[in-house]
Structures are given as structure tokens and as C-alpha cells.
Design a protein around this ligand. Structure first.
Ligand SMILES: [Zn+2]
Length: 328
């Protein structure tokens, strides 16, 4: 929003008056900073962007866990497939529009999509339009990791379908150097998940940047304004955003916790490259989430968009499920 409009908008007027008052009375810089922070948090908006639902094999999604247990939370269809969402997050933060993850995209073959049983009518375009936005408005595309169901929508066919181009022509694409290397020189296990056509065009466009890692598994800030947890169990250096929104911490769970059904520690996806590490990372994270009252944004859970968790005798378990409207 332009500053002139911001000043005229009634709901923001109090902040303009407060700032003018503070400035006129030569308040310390620290206080002015706090006022600005308050304005920023108040103005920030979050929108769900549904990039298109699909289905995955329930057995692969729950690894060694027997079907009789995981079907209680994630019922399977006749082909053993379970419902999966690609619920991305759009953050409107002052003059930035940040999209976290982009789903599978639309450039693969019919045969490829037939393996994933697409369902529902949402696409990134229709979902952005619902909130009054267009792909060209996006300033930053942040990818938690480069598996095809998280970054496929970042790249599209060019006009004459002779090559690929970034689907967000005005955006900076964000990954991290270690994960980029991991994805572009893939191990045999993950090779089928890191598709060259999803990844290389971002670098070739000159629009790719790397998040600077500070060496710790959790860092409170990043170039995008939010905190990041670097998790290595699912894939190397997956980034889990921690967003401060009003008085809440919303954590974009990506593949650290794909659905609410994955809350019990041993319920780890068969896709994870280091399942023992996932167990440790989940344990530390979920205990913190229960202590701190985090709101967990479940990208892949088709039926539980946001959850909170609590300590129980069995370990950390589901506390409440929220619709997005109840939180954002
Ligand atoms: Zn993944």
C-alpha cells in the first residue's frame, strides 16, 4: 500500500498519529523502532494458496507404520491412496509478497499426473486471484525444499513450449546453498523427486538467491523476515519457516510434519532419507511447539489446515484443529 493511502486509511490512522507524536517529542530511536514493528506486524497479512490437491500412497506416507494404525487418521481409497493438499502460504509484508512453496506445477505429462490422482479445482492462479493477486505481483518465492511437489509451480513452459521459464517473472527465488547442491547432484534415492526442469531454469534466469545460514539449526531471522529451522531428516537442509503473526507463531511445517496423522514420533514418511534424524527433529520441535503454543500450518493435510499440539502421557498429540479463517 502506498504511504499516502496508508495515512488516509482509518484503521491505520492511529499508527500515523502515534508516530508523528513520538517524532515530535523526540522519542528515543528504540521506541520509534518498536512502534514501526507494531505497525509492521499489524499490517502483515497471510493468505492460503492452494496449489492443487493430489493423492499419495498411504504406505509410502507412513513408512513402517501398519495400515491399521494410519488409516484411523488418514483413510485410504481403494488404491491405498490418501488425500494430500499443497497448501502454500502467501505473506503480504509491506511492499513484499512472499509465496512459500508452489506445488507440483502444470508442465509435467499427463502420465506423470496420473500417478498422483489430482483432485479439486484450485490452482495457484485461481487461488491468488481469489485474494486479488496475480503471479506477476509476487516479489519472493521461498522454497522449503526442491522436491517436485514443493517447487514444481515455480517454473513453467515458455510460450511456444520449446523451453522453460520462471512462472513468477518478477520474483526472487529462495533456496539455500547446501540444499541446492544436494538437489542438483541428487542421490539415487531422491533422484526421482528432484526434477531438473523444476530447478535449473530458476538459476538460469538469474532470479535465484540463497538464504544465508548462520550455522545453527534454528535462526530467528532471515532475508525474508521470518525465522527458519533447518531440518535434515526428510532431505538435506529443508527450511521450516517460523512466522510471527500478530501475537502468534505460525510454523509452516512442509515435510517435517506433513499431516496431523504424523504426530506420533515413529510415524515417519517412507520418503525420508534419514528417518532416525526425523525422529529426533520431530521430538525436539513438537515439544517446543507444545510448550510455546505454536500454530502448525500443515501444507499437505487436506483436512486439518492448522493445528495446535499438547503434551500427553503418550507424547505430544493433537490439541485443536483450526480453519484458516479462525487464525488469519
Ligand atoms: Zn519432500
Amino acid at each position: 500500500m502506498p504511504f499516502s493511502l496508508f495515512c488516509k486509511d482509518f484503521k491505520y490512522k492511529k499508527y500515523v498519529v502515534l508516530y508523528a507524536f513520538a517524532k515530535a517529542h523526540t522519542f528515543p530511536t528504540q521506541l520509534l523502532f518498536l512502534i514501526f514493528q507494531n505497525i509492521r506486524v499489524t499490517l502483515m497479512k497471510i493468505y492460503p494458496i492452494e496449489a492443487g490437491n493430489f493423492k499419495l500412497d498411504g504406505g509410502a506416507m507412513f513408512g513402517v507404520v501398519p495400515k491399521s494404525l494410519w488409516t484411523r487418521t488418514n483413510p485410504a481409497d481403494a488404491h491405498n491412496m490418501i488425500d494430500i493438499a499443497a497448501r502454500c502460504m502467501l505473506i503480504e509484508d509491506r511492499d513484499r509478497l512472499i509465496l512459500i512453496d508452489t506445488g507440483m506445477g502444470e508442465k509435467q505429462t499427463e502420465k506423470f499426473y496420473s500417478y498422483y490422482h489430482l483432485w479439486g479445482n484450485d490452482t495457484i492462479d485461481t487461488s491468488l486471484a481469489k485474494h486479488g493477486f496475480h503471479k506477476d505481483d509476487i516479489t519472493d518465492v521461498f522454497m522449503t525444499h526442491l522436491h517436485f511437489d514443493h517447487c514444481g509451480g515455480s517454473v513453467q513452459w515458455n510460450k511456444d513450449r520449446t523451453g522453460y521459464e520462471p512462472a513468477f517473472k518478477n520474483a526472487t527465488f529462495w533456496s539455500n546453498e547446501d540444499h541446492w547442491k544436494w538437489a542438483t547432484q541428487p542421490n539415487r534415492r531422491e533422484k526421482a523427486s528432484f526434477l531438473k526442469e523444476n530447478i535449473l531454469p530458476m538459476e538460469e534466469s538469474g532470479q535465484l538467491k540463497f538464504i544465508k545460514r548462520k550455522g545453527t539449526s534454528f535462526q530467528e531471522s532471515s532475508e525474508l523476515g521470518f525465522g527458519l529451522f533447518f531440518a535434515d531428516g526428510h532431505t538435506d537442509k529443508q527450511m521450516i519457516p517460523h512466522i510471527t503473526y500478530q501475537d502468534k507463531t505460525i510454523v509452516f511445517m512442509a515435510d517435517l510434519l506433513p499431516t496431523a496423522g504424523h504426530l506420533p514420533l515413529p510415524f515417519v514418511m517412507g520418503y525420508d532419507t534419514r528417518p532416525f534424524l526425523t525422529l529426533d527433529e520431530k521430538e525436539v520441535f513438537l515439544n517446543t511447539a507444545a510448550d510455546q503454543g505454536y500454530y502448525l500450518w500443515l501444507e499437505h493435510d487436506a483436512h486439518n489446515p492448522i493445528i495446535t499440539v499438547q503434551h500427553t502421557e503418550k507424547g505430544v498429540r493433537l490439541k485443536d484443529t483450526f480453519t484458516l479463517e479462525e487464525i488469519i
